[in-house]
Ligand binder design. Structure first.
Ligand code: DC
Length: 230
């Protein structure tokens, strides 16, 4: 079995990261959550006041500051999870809030943000044996990935899953707000000028609207076995 690069792209909140994390653990691959990187940049911009109350972004200020944003992934043995670090601080929980979710798509449309993140992703993933989840992994970051999966599900199904996840963490959220955010992120991600979300021509589609987590994992293990065959 050869070690390969796995690109898992698709719509927001369709379980990509859960699947990617589980597969990485099972096959002993490195997992890279590229959405977390755009979220960390967004949190940084919010903290610095680069995102105004009306949602507009001070792009010049963020661009001048972009090289001061250091993002890393560190395994927390106590919590048994991989955590996103922003300039030496774990921001794993903070980057998942609705506030960050509401601002992340416009940040991810900025060319200078994308090129900084893509450079970092290529560096992190240059050795084989990696699984990256995102929007442009199979189309832009690693167009030669041996396995490309495009994951999708109906927006209502995705919103319900996200709602359950957030309320499960004790957060107070409104289902309609979550659905609106899912739809809005789909729209921005798919229509932006630079690296829009689209299925790579050689990607296989996984629509998990009516699949259990175990059914998805069985599907993914099968796809991996075929792609990594010598
Ligand atoms: O997967 P996620 O919801 O954590 O991603 C957060 C945002 O980052 C999402 O709105 C799209 C953007 N993103 C991107 O543009 N390119 C990627 N490779 C990953 C995420």
């Amino acid at each position: 079995m050869k070690r390969i690069t796995i690109a898992l792209d698709g719509h927001a909140s369709c379980g990509k990261s859960t699947m990617a994390k589980q597969l990485a653990k099972e096959i002993n691959y490195v997992y890279i959550d590229t959405g977390a990187m755009y979220r960390a940049v967004t949190l940084y911009a919010m903290r610095q006041g680069y995102i105004k109350a009306d949602g507009s972004i001070d792009e010049a200020a963020l661009e001048a500051d972009i090289s001061n944003i250091i993002i890393m992934f560190v395994y927390n043995t106590e919590k048994g999870r991989l955590e996103t670090y922003l300039n030496g601080e774990s921001v794993e929980d903070e980057i998942r809030t609705m506030e960050v979710s509401a601002h992340v798509s416009p940040i991810a449309t900025l060319g200078f943000v994308r090129s900084a993140m893509v450079d970092l992703q290529r560096l992190m993933g240059e050795a084989k044996g990696v699984i990256l989840d995102g929007r442009d992994i199979g189309t832009v970051v690693f167009p030669n990935a041996e396995l490309k999966v495009f994951v999708t599900a109906a927006p209502e199904v995705r919103a319900q899953r996200r709602y359950d996840e957030l309320t499960g963490k004790g957060l107070q959220v409104d289902y309609d707000e979550v659905l609106k955010n899912v739809r809005e992120r789909d729209r921005i991600d798919s229509t932006r000028a630079i690296s829009p979300l689209r299925k790579a021509d050689d990607a296989v589609v996984l629509d998990n609207s009516h699949m259990t987590r175990e059914e998805q994992m069985a599907w993914l293990r099968g796809a991996f076995a075929v792609a990594s065959r010598d």
